[in-house]
Design a protein around this ligand. Structure first.
Ligand code: NDP
Ligand code: 8X3
Length: 250
């Protein structure tokens, strides 16, 4: 039976590639993000492969999240797969130099936003007695690195929520798991360094980082396992990376 996936953060990077990969496999898609023109472009691109619906909301606004989910047309209302992907790092400063606005953004988007979206969708999964939630965590959620402080804390929270959701939801037939990537070349560093493209580009120079397609293929592998198989927690790094502080650059 055709499945429906609700993917946050599909206007760029990992979320957009997951949407493209799922579309190839004829999964119906709810494409979410704040940049409407990018949502429209992706919808136009994928419409020949599968049915799509776009939702424009900021995951930080619980009321808007709930209203967006409530606004879904009938044929998109039964959600089988939730990909909690929207998120970013904001800044890379020592704790003593960090900006409170950056801290708020990371906690509000990466942690509270993930919770708001999950809260809007979990009840129907409980009612259906089925569903699959895939949380996009990070290697930063497994190991803290210098100047990563609050971003790492937000991703450690995602790791804890991934475990907690699984404990609370497995009895309802709902699968919960996480992909925790290391360095993936996306717009992540542009956002982190606030448009300083030279600094952002340097992050991915001198080695072959993961691509968003690499993560998308893994995501499809996970959601296409038989119903009794739950990939609970997966970590993936490029070959050049051994940990958050060990990277072989040429
Ligand atoms: P991108 O910056 O390329 O994409 C981020 C996506 O999140 C965009 O689609 C953006 O959409 C969306 N988003 C950001 N803030 C909000 C918000 N307030 N409300 C709604 N949507 C929002 O980065 P990535 O693809 O790399 O990041 C995706 C996820 O992967 C994040 O959770 C990140 O932490 C994680 N990750 C990334 C790694 C990397 O090295 N790139 C490694 C490990 C994990 P829009 O701006 O249109 O709202
Ligand atoms: C993104 C990977 O190393 O930039 O989660 O924190 S890193």
């Amino acid at each position: 039976m055709k499945k429906t996936a609700f993917i946050t953060g599909t206007t760029s990077g990992i979320g957009r590639e997951i949407a493209r990969e799922f579309a190839k496999h004829n999964i119906r898609l709810i494409l979410c993000g704040r940049r409407q023109e990018r949502l429209d472009e992706l919808q136009t691109e994928l419409n020949s492969l599968t049915e799509t619906h776009t939702l424009n909301f900021d995951v930080r606004n619980n009321e808007k999240v709930a209203a967006a989910v409530a606004s879904l047309p009938e044929n998109f209302q039964t959600i089988d797969i939730l990909i909690n992907n929207a998120g970013n790092a904001h800044g890379k400063d020592s704790i003593q130099n960090g900006s409170v606005d950056d801290w708020d953004a990371m906690i509000d988007i990466n942690v509270k936003g993930l919770l708001y979206v999950s809260k809007a969708i979990i009840p129907q999964m409980v009612e259906q007695k089925s569903g699959h939630i895939l949380n996009i965590g990070s290697s930063a959620g497994k190991e803290v690195y210098p100047n990563g402080n609050v971003y790492c804390a937000s991703k450690h929270a995602v790791d804890a929520l991934n475990q907690g959701m699984r404990m609370d939801l497995h009895a309802h037939g709902i699968r919960v798991g996480a992909i925790n990537p290391g360095l993936v070349e996306t717009e992540f560093s542009d956002v982190r360094f606030k448009g300083d493209t030279e600094r952002a580009e340097k992050v991915y120079q001198g080695y072959q980082p993961l691509t968003p397609q690499d993560i998308a293929e893994i995501a499809y592998f996970i959601v296409s396992r038989p119903a009794h198989v739950n990939v609970a927690d997966l970590m993936v790094m490029c070959t050049a990376q051994a940990s958050n502080t060990i990277l072989k650059k040429s």
